[in-house]
Design a protein around this ligand. Sequence first.
Ligand code: ADP
Ligand code: MG
Length: 238
Amino acid sequence: MSAVKVSDLDISFGSHAVIQGLNLAVQEGEFLVLLGPSGCGKSTLLHSIAGLIEVSGGRIEIGGADMTDAEPSERGIGMVFQSYALYPTMTVERNMSFGPRVAGVPKAEIARRVQRAAQMLQLEPLLQRKPAQLSGGQRQRVAIGRALVREAAVLLFDEPLSNLDAKLRAELRRELKLLHQQLGATMIYVTHDQVEAMTLASRIVVMKGGVIQQVGAPGEVYERPANLFVAGFLGAPG
Ligand code: ADP
Ligand code: MG
């Protein structure tokens, strides 16, 4: 069974067809990277899996169940965006525990999850701080932690590192890779950065104009690109 299965997906905004007849099966536990230039429909595809936008046609299955029309909260996913969107008045701990609290998870269980995520993300010394007292990298760690405490089987990332400087990006890339190994969760990760894709992915999906150009392991798409677009895009400096 696929962790996520997208079949014949169509998404239009007005008369603008952004995704047309897209098919994709995400394997359980894999780190799948959606790679392509700005405007090619990566976020649109990810948001449709998250249930944040309506699809025009097709089907989205998560964990084997039809979730095409399900509410975001019913889909069993966690999501990390490019901008942190933390609650400014809440401490790091409150920011991380907010989702499970609203969902009615017992207190002791929330504490256990926050503790575990904080330890994985080196946030333990920062739990009582407010977002304004954190660096950009620390804030993005909190945003990742907030997704982790949901303990979802599928985690979605939309360019989570693109607002950070090169050194922090490299550091968080290493952490994300480690996290994936520790969690065993299925990750779907959107980026336009070839280096990020090559270092993080178990498989890369190369997109252009809402259409998948190639799916394969990093070495495969790099060494045997399916067409000139893939060759040019992977060869270009990040
Ligand atoms: P990417 O994430 O790959 O940069 P997007 O999925 O954000 O690309 O956008 C794909 C296309 O869909 C772009 O042409 C964009 O302008 C358009 N688009 C995205 N969201 C909307 C929206 N809410 N309304 C209208 N057009 C949109
Ligand atoms: Mg995007």
